[in-house]
Design a protein around this ligand. Structure first.
Ligand SMILES: [Zn+2]
Length: 490
């Protein structure tokens, strides 16, 4: 295993009480790697001058390398999780990037295995949640644009040819004298019988392309309107073209092509790739000829021919996700795992703690002995110097031993960052699962299902076997019936 060590000190600096210095963090990580028979490939650290958590050149470099797919290390190791991130959201994103590239994460003094199925399921959920929030943000932007358009102003981007936007925050359109006269000329030329778009192109080939000219000829902005998100609003700007001229041009323009008519409704199959037939084969989405019924059908179309209703199957899967009892199960299982790992670590390091304590007491005895030699007097300079050197050596060794002991003792305490991080994640996941399963957005639903389910097997008679992402793939799935929505064990 190849490790990348990452260390960090906060703006308070390494001298601040309770902060572990960068060199100490690195030393501890090196010892961890050595202990586990790994190899340290690289060491990176951030020492803060400014207080902003985002200003971390070394860490940004690590993430950039990771996302480029060129990272040669297998696992990133930190002294404590808080060295890498203090924010739950950033944490989830960082882990998602790590796992997407098949990389691992180790906190040398804490224990939570995010590469376990349960850990991955939690992080998958956090990712979906972040995405959902971003999309909410996009929706807000869209609403803001619409409100700008309703005021008769240009919502976003550069102004259409023939107009210019006002300065900075002024979204009003102002006719640009030179370009507006070109627009007028284009409309007038096209409106006359003998002139074709080709003629116009020849005249303005240095200014506009043919497709641009065609889109200008259809653009209602020149009538003094604002068109945004499939709606028209009266604009605050002056028209360039009269309604009469515009209408004449529209009559001459070719009809919009067939393919631009609205597409037939397509059923969003949110479980594609996750559905298995009772016979064990995969099931693929399909619709009845009329398009009114959506199914998942067995890939064995010769003998098995099973097909199940897509909405029913999807409802079962989403109900399953929204089921709190099952999240409780994950909650308990993950907690147990964290506790088990901690117990194991404590057991592993107890002998080490004992050894360190013994070494410290021996060093103390030795120091006292030398001290008494030094204070006994009548020593020649050579011996005095030797004793002093020995004294210094033992003192520095004592410091190292004591620091190491402090680290080990901290590790055995239950008050670690990662424990709280895990708790937060678990609590949020519990709530999110329910909220997200109720969102009527196929895209969000699909990502949620992909992150939370390994597969779902349709057993027939509205009965399903669901394999959640947090269980090992070898374990049996959980039985589920359509219609179960509060308690699966009835
Ligand atoms: Zn089948």
């Amino acid at each position: 295993m190849k490790y990348l060590i990452y260390a960090r000190v906060s703006p308070r600096g390494s001298d601040f009480e309770g902060e572990t210095s960068i060199s100490m963090q690195i030393q501890y990580c090196r010892e961890y790697v050595k202990f586990h028979g790994g190899e340290v490939l690289d060491v990176k650290s951030d020492e803060f001058v400014s207080g902003k958590d985002t200003n971390r050149p070394a860490f940004s470099g690590i993430m950039a390398e990771l996302e480029s797919g060129k990272a040669e290390w297998d696992t990133i190791i930190v002294y404590k999780l808080s060295r890498m991130t203090r924010s739950l959201r950033d944490g989830a994103n960082i882990f998602a990037s790590l796992f997407a590239q098949g990389k691992g994460f180790v906190s040398a003094t804490e224990n939570l295995d995010f590469s376990s199925p349960a850990g991955r399921a939690m992080l998958g959920m956090m990712q979906v949640f972040n995405q959902f929030e971003r999309e909410q943000g996009a929706e807000n932007v869209r609403n803001k644009m619409i409100s700008i358009a309703k005021q008769g102003l240009w919502p976003s981007g550069s102004a259409p040819f023939g107009y210019a936007r006002g300065n900075k925050k002024d979204n009003k359109l102002y006719p640009d004298a030179r370009k507006a006269s070109i627009v007028r000329d284009i409309f007038e030329m096209y409106a006359s019988e003998k002139i074709t778009t080709r003629d116009i192109c020849c005249k303005y080939k240095k200014v506009l392309t043919k497709s641009r000219i065609l889109s200008i000829l259809r653009d209602k902005t020149y009538l003094g309107k604002i068109c945004y998100a499939n709606a028209e609003y009266p604009g605050a700007h002056d028209p360039i073209i009269s309604q009469e001229l515009f209408d004449r041009v529209q009559r001459k323009l070719p009809k919009p092509k067939e393919h631009s008519r609205p597409k037939a409704y397509k059923y969003p199959f949110v479980l594609t790739g996750l559905v298995y037939c009772q016979c064990g084969r995969r099931m693929t989405p399909g619709t009845a000829k009329s398009g009114a019924y959506a199914y998942y059908t067995c890939t064995d179309t010769l003998d098995c021919k099973t097909r199940v209703s897509a909405p029913k199957l999807e409802k079962a899967a989403l109900d399953f996700l929204g089921q709190l009892d099952i999240r409780d199960e994950v909650f308990a299982a993950t907690l147990r795992k964290i506790e088990e790992k901690r117990d194991m670590t404590i057991k592993e390091i107890q002998p080490e703690i004992a050894r360190l304590k013994k070494a410290i007491s021996e060093a103390n005895t030795e120091r006292e002995r030398i001290f008494s030699v030094l204070t006994a007097g009548n020593l020649n300079d050579e011996i005095k110097q030797m004793a002093n050197e020995k004294m210094e050596h033992i003192s520095s060794e004592l410091t190292t031993l004591k620091t190491r002991l402090a680290i080990y003792e901290q590790e055995t305490s239950s008050d670690t960052d990662i424990y709280h991080f895990a708790m937060d994640l678990l609590k949020q996941t519990k709530r999110l699962s329910k909220d997200l399963s109720e969102i009527n957005d196929p895209d969000i639903q699909r990502r949620l299902l992909l992150s939370q389910l390994q597969k779902i097997q349709a057993l027939g008679n509205d009965e399903y076997q669901i394999y959640p992402a947090y269980t090992e793939s070898s374990t049996k799935g959980i039985k589920w019936y359509t219609g179960w929505d509060s308690n699966p064990h009835v």
